[in-house]
Design a protein around this ligand. Sequence first.
Ligand SMILES: [Fe+2]
Length: 458
Amino acid sequence: MDMLGLSCYVCLRFGRSDMAMNWIGFGSVYLLTGLFVGGLRSCNGGISSSYSRSNDISDDMPLSSDVFAVPPGYNAPQQVHITQGDHEGRGVIVSWVTPNEPGSSKVIYWAENTELKKHAYNTKYFYKVGTRDATRQFWFTTPPEVGPDVPYTFGLIGDLGQTFDSNRTLTHYESNPAKGQTVLFVGDLSYADKYPLHDNNRWDSWGRFVERNVAYQPWIWSAGNHEIDFLPEYGEGEPFKPYTHRYFVPYEASGSTSPLWYSIKRASAYVIVMSSYSAYGVSTPQYKWLMKELPKVNRSETPWLIVVMHCPLYSTYAHHYMEGETMRVMYEQYFVKYKVDVIFSGHVHAYERTERVSNIAYNIENGLCAPRNDEFAPVYITIGDGGNQEGLLYEMVDPKPKYSAFREPSYGHATFEIKNRTTAYYAWHCNQDGYSVEADSLWFHNLYWKSSSVVASF
Ligand SMILES: [Fe+2]
């Protein structure tokens, strides 16, 4: 269970005017035309795709694969990855591993145009890690300043693993013309725990595999069950140890006491990350944190309220069916009350999107115990189809429940393109399709702004 590498991380931050300090920020601009199309698409009772793929389970790529190549040079930094470093998007955490000995923890960074040093938002930065002949250079662009009408595109990837299908998923995401700027990762990263003793070599190889993207754009992490890595019989009694030691998140900036649940603002979105595998009942730290968190979200500043959690609250696949039910019973009422726009999950190795439904009307006497249409409830999207070694799930609840709008067991990823405070465009892409093909899509109307009288004057 010991990590084979030695990890470093540096949190870079920027103030609005003190860019000469050892702090920077980041941002990126992606201008999208604002289109406005009426409400949720009518789904005619929903779709179970007729697409059928071969039932093969994909093997992990061998360690000799080029995607796992160790960078040249003694003790060269590897597994370089970035994520947001604070609550507002003015910081970035840069992490890497040195394989031979503790290396320099210094990050050298500079703006693409040094004349623009004081413009910390929407700026391309280059950065270097490592020393001498083992120095490696990358870049990222900093997000736009937080604001209600800032266009921004998130990618959605889940349950990725490190198979040949995982590689196809990442390539499709990189080649998607929608050009995601930040990935919301819905949990289950490396699947290293599928190996004897939860072989951390496979954590290392996964880090080298995804570096080609996550060194250049932030991935916002959430923990899945394959991050638990609980192995007390071998002396590893600390859950989530490899994950939390390798993938740092800015949880303290949102008042959280655990890296497993936290929030960030990014552009026009407020993203809440929750932990399906940490205590969440009344009076638990996660519960208390969320109860403080939801009322704090200012939809005039960040109109889009997005929740990420690994285990879906609604899924109509047979495998893992209703595993999220206790979490749903605990929290769905608050997600509806606070008008969460969309909840992204993984865990189920397939794709599914629900209608806007809720199941909160029930009390012990009224018999209202089935999901019903609710225009102010979140859309639930399961995007656990990254391509890990466990393969796809095919068995579905039949007949298809009405609350399921679209479901298909294919590998892929999705994008969520925020246009402005009222409108966002969502699309799911399958690996078997061309890069620009959308297998499922939906125009989102922001739940807060579509219900606010303010919208009339906007
Ligand atoms: Fe999972």
